[in-house]
Structure formats: C-alpha cells, structure tokens
Design a binder for this molecule. Structure first.
Ligand SMILES: Cc1cc2nc3c(=O)[nH]c(=O)nc-3n(C[C@H](O)[C@H](O)[C@H](O)COP(=O)(O)OP(=O)(O)OC[C@H]3O[C@@H](n4cnc5c(N)ncnc54)[C@H](O)[C@@H]3O)c2cc1C
Length: 415
C-alpha cells in the first residue's frame, strides 16, 4: 500500500465496530471518516449493558488511547460474576462462573461505551448520512453514496451498518441473514428502590436466564452497577466528552416465539411492554416486579437472526464488519465482542499494509479470511445455545426445568 497521505477510509455506521475502527485508524494517522444514518449521537436510547469478554476488551485496548480504555474499565461493573440458568421460579439448574481477573469479562453500559468510542473523533463522524451504495470512480478509487444524493470519496469503504445493512447486498451478495423463530422484548428497570436494591444479594453479580415450563419462553435479567460514576470518570479521563448519567439499572429480556408478538404490537412501546407483562405472569414474583417497574421508553423489540457465511466479496477494496456480516442471537454475548474484534483486526491489517507496502486488496482479503471462521463459529455457538435453551426438544427442556432445579436449593424465596 502506498504510504501517501491521500489514503482514506470511509466507514458506514457509527456503532460499536465502526467507531472502534475509526479510533484504531486515527491513532495510526490514517484519514478516516464515519457516516451515520441517525441524525445525532444520542437520538436513540442505546439502553442496556453489554458484556465484554476478552476479545472485546483486547480490541478496545488495541484501538483506544490509554485514558479512554481506562474509562471503559473504571465505569464498567466489577469483573467476574456468574451466569445462572434456572427454572421459572429461579431455582438453579446450573451456574457458569466468570473469571474475576482485572481484565476479565465485565459488563459496561452501552451508552457509556458509545460515548467513549466517540471521544476525540470530532469532525470525523457525520450524522444524518445514510449510506446506500458504494461505487468505483472518483479521485480515491471508491465513492460511498448517501440517501441524500451526496457521496464521499475513499480508498477503502467499510460497511459497519448493522443487521439491516444497506451495503450488504452489494458487497456480500449471497449472505442475507436468516430469520430465527425467536424474538426478545428488552426492558430496563431502576436497580434502586427506596434506597434498597431490587435484586437480592444472592444474585448481585449474576446474570440469570430463567427458563419457562413452556418450551420457547425464557426471561433474562442482570443488574448493571457503574464502577465509577461516568460524570466523575469522564471529567478526569475525557474532559469535554458527553458523560451519561450513570444510574444503576436492571436490564431484562423476555424471550418468546415470533408469533407471540403480533405485528400490531411491534410498533408501540406500550403494547410491547404490556405483552411482556402478560407473558411473564408465570415467572417468579421478582421477574414480574421487574417488568412492572420498567422505564417504558427503554422498551425494545429485537428479532433474532443469524448471518450467513459470505462466499463472495463483490466490491474490491470494500469490506464489512460486525452485525452487518454475522448477526447472531444474543446467547453467549458474542455479537458486540465479535464486532469489536473485527474492527481491531481490520485496523491492524490496514495499518500493517501501509507500513509494509502490501496492496490494500491483500490486507482486506487477509482480514476476511481470518474473520469469517471465528465470526461464524460464534454465530453457530449462539444459534446452538438458543436452540438448546429455548427450543422445543422435550428431553433437554425437561432436564433444565424439572430435573436439575430439584437438585438445588431455592436461591430467591418467593415472598
Ligand atoms: C439488548 C441487546 C443486548 C446485547 N448484549 C450484548 C452483550 O452482552 N455482548 C455482546 O457481545 N453483544 C451484545 N449485543 C449485540 C451487540 O449490541 C451487537 O452485536 C453490536 O452492537 C454490533 O455492532 P455493529 O458495529 O456491527 O453494529 P451496531 O452497533 O448495531 O451499529 C450499526 C450502526 O450503523 C448505523 N446504520 C444503520 N444503517 C446505516 C446506513 N445505511 N448508513 C449509515 N449508518 C447506518 C446504525 O444507526 C448504527 O449506529 C446485544 C444486543 C442487544 C440488542
């Protein structure tokens, strides 16, 4: 690759992977711009927390300036904890322990992470610019085209525009995601009520998946406690960047079959929340209270899909990252981590190519050859976990909901 300063990268999508790649390239002195469909940085509630595993943390460590990486760790929840699989009355079936080393798996608030990833990218993120296509031509070799009729020239174009990607059909023509039978209604409720935590001490550091007696239904919840308040930590480590409020919360998701959320329910937050309330009546009272106390405007419907392996990359010097390539059901917390891993890998390949004089096409092919195997291993794992935990197969469901819980004590007595 030519080391000249006219080498430039245009990224479609200012989500986790797009912003992470922009950080990586900017630190290496590469001219990078991010084009985002939303009209501003915080127009949508980015609600929720995200579990970062070693791949996500390593990608952030490689991509971010040191103070921003520290900011992600210090505002995150404490490392480690447990993932509990229970029956609908919160009786344990089995538990997975997460390591609690300083750099091990931890939860971070997604809005806070997005704010961290945006820090220092002033003038490089362009809002209200929905990418629609990429074509060859122009001074840099490629042009990213927008819905408003404009275009941006770039040597390399990266589609990081998420599950509904507008660029996918053109760049990976044989890889439209496939639907799954499942959806999730996601919600968020305050963690503190009258000075006390709504989550009992026994579950303080646990994510819990409660599997219903009826196959195809489950409820997930976990609390997000900010390590250090974002306001304080941003003032110290990224002064001037937007700091989210940092109120601790419980994130929850009711997992259902698609047909249980009719189309007319999908367009209204209130209708979605009501559906969640009706469908969770058979669960433990703690779960019902979480739904009852939800913040209505944080309700989200997520239709689970699985990405398909791309066999052909159709536009030279254009590639894709994250959910746009390998969307997966949210089992195992791999989606965001894999998206961040892609960003650091692609950043590394592009920077190395510039230093070694390798052709950019070769750098991109190297990224794609490494990314597809690890990303689709994660897709397969997530899809398998979804089938095992919420599928209709009678024997595993019976073991999870009838046999294993009888062997354990009651974790949260029903008041
Ligand atoms: C409730 C919930 C909880 C989750 N928890 C976890 C977890 O614990 N761990 C984990 O690893 N993953 C988790 N995930 C998955 C994770 O959030 C995604 O895998 C991750 O955000 C994908 O990153 P991305 O960069 O590919 O896309 P996104 O972060 O979705 O970003 C895509 C961006 O592109 C923009 N865009 C869309 N179309 C266009 C266009 N045409 N032009 C320009 N911009 C466009 C969008 O507005 C968006 O900003 C969770 C997901 C949800 C919904």
């Amino acid at each position: 690759m030519n080391a000249s300063s006219d080498f430039s990268v245009a990224i479609a999508g200012a989500g986790l992977s797009g912003l992470c790649l922009a950080q990586y390239l900017m630190r290496a002195g590469i001219d990078v711009h991010v084009y985002e469909r939303d009209s501003g940085p915080f127009v949508r509630r980015q609600g929720y927390r995200i579990i970062l595993n070693r791949y996500g943390l390593e990608a952030l460590r490689e991509s971010l300036p040191r103070p921003l990486y520290r900011l992600a760790l210090t505002t995150g929840d404490e490392p480690g904890g447990h993932l509990r699989f229970t029956d609908s009355r919160l009786r344990d079936a089995f538990t997975v322990n997460l390591k609690d080393e300083p750099h091990a798996t931890r939860q971070v608030d997604r809005l806070t992470l997005r704010s961290i990833l945006q820090s220092g990218l002033d003038g490089r993120i362009h809002y209200g610019r929905a990418a629609v296509a990429v074509d060859s031509g122009g001074p840099a070799g490629l042009r990213l085209r927008f819905a408003d009729g404009g275009a941006a020239p770039a040597t390399v174009v990266v589609g990081a525009d998420g599950v509904g990607s507008a660029l996918r059909r053109q760049i990976m023509p044989d890889a439209e995601p496939a639907n799954t039978p499942m959806v999730g209604i996601y919600g968020r409720s305050p963690l503190w009520r009258n000075g006390a935590s709504v989550i009992p001490e026994a579950l303080r550091t646990s994510g819990v998946l409660a599997i219903a007696d009826r196959p195809g239904r489950a409820f997930f919840f976990t609390s997000m406690r900010f390590g250090e308040s974002p306001q304080q930590a941003f003032a110290r480590l990224a002064p001037g960047s937007y700091a989210p409020t940092g109120d601790d919360y419980v994130m929850w998701a009711l997992l259902l079959r698609q047909e249980e959320v009719p189309i007319d329910v999908r367009g209204s937050l209130r209708a979605l929340w009501k559906q969640a309330a009706v469908m969770s009546t058979d669960f433990h009272p703690l779960i019902r209270r979480l739904v009852d106390t939800a913040e209505l405007d944080a309700t989200v419907l997520n239709v689970f899909a699985t990405g398909q392996r791309p066999h052909r990359w159709a536009v030279p010097r254009a590639t894709m990252m994250g959910d746009a390539v390998h969307v997966m059901p949210p089992f195992g917390a791999h989606g965001g981590n894999t998206a961040l891993r892609d960003a650091a890998l692609l950043g590394h390949k592009l920077v190395a190519a510039r230093e070694n004089g390798t052709p950019v096409e070769e750098a991109i092919a190297g990224y794609q050859d490494e990314m597809v195997p690890y990303a689709f291993r994660a897709v397969d794992t997530a899809a398998r976990l979804m089938r095992r935990l919420t599928g209709g197969a009678a024997a595993p469901h019976w073991v999870l909901t009838r046999v294993l819980p009888r062997l354990h004590r009651v974790t949260v007595p029903e008041a």
